[in-house]
Design a protein around this ligand. Sequence first.
Ligand code: SF4
Length: 356
Amino acid sequence: MPSLIPNIASPLLSWYHQHARSLPWRDHPDPYAIWVSEIMLQQTRVEAVKVYFERFLQQLPTISDLANADEQTLLKLWEGLGYYSRVRNLQKAAQVVVLEHGGQLPSSFDELKKLPGIGDYTAGAIASMAFQCPVPAVDGNVLRVMTRLTTDDRDITKPAVKKDYFCQIETLLKPLSRSGDFNQAVMDLGATVCLPNGLPKCESCPISHLCQAFAQNRMLEFPVKPSKKPRKIEKHTIFLLRQNDRVALVKRPDSGLLAGLWEFPHVQGALSLKHAVAQLEQWGIQTKHIEKSIPHTHIFSHIEWRMSSYLVTGKEHQFSSFPFIWVSKEQLLQTYPLPSAFQPFASDLLWKEKPV
Ligand code: SF4
């Protein structure tokens, strides 16, 4: 049976012309802005990215600014977006661009892929959207639309399946002058019509007349992927230590989960009050007041932290307790990058009135 994919270009492009989402990075059609937006959008919802994108470009308006930014500024700009290796790679790539490409992002798919943090999808998105190269940008949205369109029951996590769609879409794009628009049209269709969770809005879909899953009422059977392994669960006890209007922070190691970010002191396990006080003594903190505080669960992609917490007021003048640093509220908000896992403790607890 001939592929259905070449037939979708025309209806999809007409639909995109009328229904393209208004997104901040589409108002900045320069390669750097497209690159930053695509890296932010990996694993993160469009709505969440908008604010981060504007702030990032305001503070680091050029590739050279990004290449020269200090680590803490960079992590603070990324605070809450998660997957911090993305921003580290973004900076490494910016440094390569400055050194080897005169500060201009290369335009070819192959050259883009040589940069840290840029894989097939991102290289395809940048090359097509910023430079109109006829290359696909195959992500989960594209695979969902394509497998529904063709009732393809192959496992989409297999590299061979992605490669097959890459080749088919590349063939479609070669004679087309609007590669960037085509790729964005599929992205928008996947995000707003051919939805990932729940029923797709087939009645509003510009390619429903071609779609095999729609014809057979089998939309929810695609895409096919293996079920995920259950997440590992870890319990942690968080210590919100305050004294003299300062709070204790500690830096995470330079590699691994949340590398190089700051956090409230914590230990693994759900400690009883007695064991919590013993832990504080081990750190050299003499407790003036301690009370149980809110619990919070944070879900990473592969692990779940179930966190209990204690709000602790230390006796005066214990600022030397290594490895903590003691920071003011302003410093915590403006200077030190704190991962999302710890944000509820900061916003809900740290600034409530001190116990008498
Ligand atoms: S008709 Fe429905 S299932 Fe098919 S591509 Fe459109 S939205 Fe997706």
